[in-house]
Design a protein around this ligand. Structure first.
Ligand code: ARG
Length: 613
């Protein structure tokens, strides 16, 4: 699975990026080291010359340097089509599907969206609409606004005026140097515009930070959270950013996704990066040990989250141009206290547990902004890390495969994940691979059952399925929490072309070792005949498996993802439709991922687990 996730990243890039040379979309957490070479060490002051030379601010009269990506997206969508009808709805961004004849359909797109499947986002920010300023998308007419780079002046950021009016806030003095300026801030204030006050600090991981810092640690200006650079990555700007307390129509640093401290997106040329911000940590409280520091800017209580160990690495994402499905903005539930969770063996039986399946926690909008790659807490609560160590050894367990929780005591995984002479355990409820989140539950595997007809050939793996029976008492093994839930078993077949979700810690384009964060991507179910084409996998496929991904390559699962879930939505629940199984390398053209067809094994699963898995 390792590469799989890498290619998730790529998938989004490939799908969404067109005009620029090579898609290089990456998860914000997957760029360890690589992108740091783009970031100058030490603070960098943005000069007038930098602004003048910025390619994005160069006015162009034609469209093709900006948005021409749409050109190649249509064929891409069509390539995966099943029979071109309205179930499932092929129209993106809330488009309404109308059937046309036996094989065709037409999407009625909401205002501003275009394309056969309404995949083309509003393009109000093209053609240097904002002179020397960043274009941000808004929900009211004219659907964009310009945020000028000083000394360029509103409304269209084309006229210059250096210190008039004074850009420095809080009594700061504007010092002019040619077309450049400096703000001399009163004591206690800082930032390019003296916007950051003396009490501007964050506590914990900064999830509650609502201060005014808008520069990265290396001095780059943060992008507005509604900048078209970010939103074009696949989020619907007209549905996003309602949360004005947190992310909103501003460019202040925030930490909506569990990073160790507030961060923001920034841009170099046409590339999107992220980095931690130049924010100050609030002094430790001197009173009682449990009392949280006072944060004047924050209306929310301190998060119970522990600091994460993610290294501060910028992300790069070339800016894609096609919008995908709309983002649903919902609140993320608080992370529970560390006491909630593990220690299964001492827990008392909870008869009402796992009554529902396939219901994740609502997702945060942010996840979608940069491609839906980083899983937010509780979004894939059935994802399991299957870990092994040599039998009876003292060695630590290490991640080998993904798995899927289908009931309190049963995990589905791939048959090839079961090796002789290994002890197995599963870790659930953790997004992190090399560090246990406080929400994690670790449970030993009592025994594993690999399918009797499991078979490997040099070309394919057949009947690649196994069940892990977890250790527990009286049918109670995993403990249901916001972060640990079951996926549903599927009903019969789901149509080709349906977008489903894969996830795992497997290899990515940056790291053969895999990802420390659970990553997810969308893949499309590929028609079995198409996948059995000579150019694809030919005759090695059998009914125990199916292909999903993109025939043009890109998004895919990879080594280390095996056994993990491919879930699709069926009747408003997430069902486990496939298990990551194999593929010819990862993310290659005409070599999509191959998944164990879970519907083929429903009787087998039921017979092994008893009536109610
Ligand atoms: N066999 C791999 C594993 O054990 C999964 C490979 C999936 N490959 C792919 N191209 N989707 O993790």
């Amino acid at each position: 699975m390792k590469r799989t996730l890498l290619f998730f990243c790529l998938f989004v890039a490939v799908i969404l990026i067109p005009a620029e040379s090579k898609p290089k979309h990456k998860d914000k957490h997957e760029n360890h080291g690589k992108q740091s070479k783009h970031v100058e060490r030490g603070k960098k002051k943005l000069t007038f010359e930098d602004i003048i030379e910025d390619v994005v601010f160069t006015e162009s009269s034609d469209d093709d340097d900006d948005d021409d990506d749409h050109g190649n997206s249509d064929w891409l969508f069509e390539l995966q089509d099943s029979d071109g009808r309205c179930t499932p709805n092929p129209c993106l961004n809330n488009g309404v599907c109308k059937e046309k004849g036996r094989k065709n359909f037409k999407c009625d797109c909401p205002k501003h969206f275009k394309g056969r499947k309404c995949e083309k986002a509003p393009r109000v920010c093209r053609k240097g609409a904002c002179g020397h300023g960043e274009c941000v998308l808004t929900s009211s007419r004219p659907h964009y606004a310009c945020k000028c780079k000083w000394p360029f002046q509103p409304p269209d950021c084309k006229r210059i005026s250096v210190c008039e009016p004074n850009p420095c806030q809080n009594g700061g003095q504007c010092i002019r140097e040619g077309n450049n300026f400096d703000c001399r801030c009163p004591e206690g204030f800082r930032g390019r515009f003296c916007r950051v006050g003396p009490n501007d600090c964050y506590v914990g991981d900064g999830e509650t930070y609502r201060g005014n810092v808008s520069e990265t640690e290396h001095g780059f200006d943060c992008l507005y959270w509604n900048s078209h650079f970010i939103l074009d990555l696949g989020s619907n700007p007209f549905h996003s950013f309602e949360d004005r307390e947190g992310l909103g129509l501003h460019n202040f640093c925030r930490n909506p996704d569990g990073e160790p401290k507030p961060w923001c997106f920034f841009r170099k040329g046409r590339q999107l990066f992220w980095d931690y911000c130049d924010v100050t940590r609030c002094p430790e409280p001197t009173k009682g040990p449990t009392e949280a520091p006072v944060v004047p800017t924050s209306p929310y209580p301190t998060s119970a989250k522990p600091p994460s160990t993610t290294p501060p690495t910028p992300m790069t994402t070339e800016v894609p141009q096609v919008s995908t499905t709309p983002t649903v903005v919902t609140e993320v539930p608080p992370i529970p206290k560390p006491t909630e969770g593990p220690n299964i063996s001492t827990a008392t039986a909870a008869p009402l547990q796992f009554q529902t399946c396939g219901q994740p926690q609502p997702k945060k909008a942010l996840t979608r902004i940069y491609g839906g790659l980083k899983v937010s807490p509780g979004a894939i609560p059935w994802q399991v890390s299957v870990q092994e160590k040599p039998s009876n050894s003292q060695q630590p367990y290490r991640h080998v495969c993904g798995g899927v929780l289908i009931s309190s005591c049963w995990v589905l995984t791939a048959g090839h994940c079961i090796q002789p002479n290994k002890d197995l355990e599963v870790v659930m409820g953790s997004l992190s691979r090399n560090r246990l989140d406080p929400t994690a539950q670790t449970v030993e595997v009592e025994h594993s059952i690999r399918h009797e007809n499991y078979r490997e050939t040099p070309k394919a793996v057949y009947n690649d399925i196994a069940l892990l029976r977890l250790k527990g008492t009286e049918g109670f093994c995993a403990n249901e929490t916001q972060f640990v839930k079951t996926a549903c078993l599927p009903d019969p077949q789901i149509p080709d072309g349906t977008a489903c979700t894969i996830s795992g810690w497997g290899a990515t384009e940056q790291s053969d070792y895999g990802s420390n964060h659970l990553l997810e991507a969308n893949v499309l179910l590929i028609n079995q005949e198409k996948c059995s084409n000579r150019d694809v996998y030919g005759s090695v496929l059998d009914p125990t498996m199916f292909c999903a991904g993109y025939l043009q390559g890109g998004v895919d699962s990879c080594q280390g993802d095996s056994g993990g879930p491919l879930t699709c939505k069926q009747n408003a629940s997430h069902v486990i439709y496939g298990l990551v199984s194999w593929g010819d390398q990862c993310g290659r053209k005409n070599k999509p991922g191959v998944y164990t067809r879970v519907t083929h094994f429903l009787d087998w699963i039921r017979s092994k687990t008893g009536a109610t898995p």
